[in-house]
Design a protein around this ligand. Sequence first.
Ligand code: ADP
Length: 319
Amino acid sequence: LAPALRRNEIAQFALRSPEIITALREAIATTEPRRATYLDHVPVDRWMELMITPVPVPTSFGGADKCMLMTFHDQTPLRRVEEMRADFVANASHELRTPLAALSGFIDTLQGQAKDDPKARERFLGIMHNQATRMARLIDDLLSLSRVELSAHVRPDTLVDLLPIIRQVADGLEPLARERQVEVEIHLPDSPVMIAGDREELLRLFENLIENALKYGASGGRVIVSLTSGAATDGTQEIRIMVRDFGPGIAPEHLPRLTERFYRVDVGDSRSQGGTGLGLSLVKHILNRHRGRLLIESVPRQGATFSACFPQAKAPAQI
Ligand code: ADP
């Protein structure tokens, strides 16, 4: 914390922060405890809390030396969480306020100049419907995210077969694939593939990945969903479901941030596709809860591959 601090040398020179020195002076002068908080910038930003407690240390000649016990608490992790929470609330409010502002605007227009214009009324009601749907989707995603986070520490323990789940999602997205003129190829093994999982969460996970491939990778005209099993880097067996598209792909600088809440490569594009910016964050949380991991690979202009990897369920004991 204070690499320049040396035994028998004056502390003021070694402690960089004026807050520490002031608190120390006051504690010495009053012989009462003092508290100080300060931000250290070197080598990285660190929020520290310091408690100074006078401790009389008896000397061999009787009486006591004035000593100060200084206790440093690193508050950085707590502050980071607090900042993230504040950012999240600000982002979520902003995202909700945008469609709400549009709705209020159109209500005013419908009560005013568009009151007796059936054509305008029809068009505005259509837009209002879209905005209301967007708000509903946002709230749905926020609730799902908080539900998954609440149970993050409890690993699902029911064995489920992944194949019908993937098929159900692909069937449900067939109309979107048709609308976007995308051919969806599904390569799945014949026998069941069991993992310890939560069926509802897995449905949402694959829905997000395949829907993204259909929405953002539509220009490639083709999406491949495949399942393989193999050894992970640590040698354990894992099941990997890959969703590959041949669209524009994602530039490397965006890859590490894609699973952040509300992060989008192109906000306008995401909004026009009905996106909330929460999909991949939800995917990551669901995978974390399943003790799995998400891999994202992309070559710009050639497409993107999102892989959900799950630890293989242990075979039931043979009787
Ligand atoms: P959204 O609701 O915006 O789709 P996501 O969290 O699902 O939110 O995705 C975040 C962003 O990642 C998207 O806005 C998009 O920019 C990018 N993205 C996701 N999947 C793909 C893909 N298959 N190809 C290209 N970009 C993608």
